[in-house]
Design a protein around this ligand. Sequence first.
Ligand code: FAD
Length: 505
Amino acid sequence: MPDPVEKIVIVGGGTAGWLTAAIVAAHHQSKQPGGLQVTLVESSDIPTIGVGEGTWPTLKNTMQQIGIKESEFFNSCHAAFKQGGKFVDWVHGNGDFYYHPFTVPLGYGRLDLAPYIEDIANYAPDANFQHHVCEAGLAPRTMAESEFKGPCNYAYHLDAGAFADLLKRHCKANLGVEHIVDTVQEVKLAADGGIGSVVLAGRGALTADLYVDCTGFASLLLGDKLAVPFVNTDDVLFNDTALAMQVPYATDDSPLACNTIATGQRAGWIWDIGLTHRRGVGYVYSSDYISDDEAESDLRRYLGAAAEGLNARKIRFSSGHRAQYWKKNCVAVGLAAGFVEPLEATAIMLVEISARYIAENLPPDNGVMPITAKRFNAQMEYRWRRIIDFLKLHYMLSQRPEPYWRAHRREETIPESLREDLALWAHRGPTREDFDSAVELFPAASYQYVIYGMGFKPDFTRQTYLYRRQQEAEKIIQRNRQLTEQMLQTLPPHREYIEQWLATA
Ligand code: FAD
């Protein structure tokens, strides 16, 4: 008996809910007669998390797929370019820093430069011009280049609330998404143990073929009703609290950073994200190692006079993810599926990937749904494991002396998969072959930037016969110097570029 999939209900109107709605509705032509029916329910009484300002370059494709112009996005969301992350005070805590830029190293996949670089901490500056572009605070492109393009790979910094509003407007006006403002009071089970309906306070029961749980930390459908357990990972990643502040610029023309700045602290790290109209700054820390009051005074010390008169908002969270992400006719996306600290801004990227998978693999018939669910779960499980390993890598290589950092280096806190990776990398750097899974998130380049930036140098001397391409390596480094010169001369200052571009777009 055919059992067609005709209607999706998304519960939750944060970034996850609206981004999922946009991606699914755009793919399934919800605006056209015969297209898939997509309904989003959000409560006006339950606020969204309201943070989440750093993204990945994947968002460029997503915006094009859902049909939002880059200039419209910048205007609506006070957006700025993000060309990577600058990690300050992660190695010793004495002003040291390194970059994880979005552009891959020169010669990537052809020749790993690491064996030929004397001081491994110089890896990013020698292998990649974007390190220098970020240090100089430049835009990733000139006025001659068009939207979504440019010589430097980039993502965005955005105002989370404004982004959800933009997506909402776009979903309703252009993508055919039905919007219901109401609160889910009860979730009813179907006879097969899936979701039967969500009961709204005002409108009563709402049914669908697939329910997408975007209810944030509440995980109302998947976690609460379907009882999928939460897998806690705070034995690996210790942070459980964030103090967030919205910080105005001193003047309208204050410099605008073109990368996220993550500054190591005694019990965590501070994010510093530049939007065009303000900065988003917050301290993510472990409450086992510092009190909330001490953390707040550290955050205020970091900000100096800029923090005067500002309130810090405290957010507690558990690090981890659900044991399954798709069960029966319910799939969780966003915080409802899981959350680990925002060190590499992976959350919105996971929303994009999850929503795209749902859109592209949604079976036309409910009978096939269990297979789709099984495959989605396998992919997501792998991705969460990789994310946790990659975040932990940032901590375990640190030489900072404080108890929090020393605890991060304890062997029992390091996942076995990561210990295995490091055992291999002790004699050679990460290679593309280490990351050949089709569902990989971070390429070898990301691992190279982080381990070399943290000062981890593989012992290349054991197989010196493998590393006799000195001349080729020098040519690549020389080419990087030329490109750097060129970029520094042609790319405009970040803020200036955004203002000029938006004035003419
Ligand atoms: P929420 O924003 O919490 O939305 C939940 C929605 O569900 C709301 O609309 C609410 O009304 C609705 N809802 C709940 N219960 C009901 C009900 N009973 N009935 C109807 N509706 C209901 N991500 C990044 O990618 N980059 C970052 O830099 C980043 N930084 C972060 C920093 C911190 C401190 C934290 C905590 C998170 C950060 N994140 C970041 C994660 C990011 O904020 C989230 O992934 C993103 O905002 C998506 O949230 P959400 O939509 O899943 O949940």
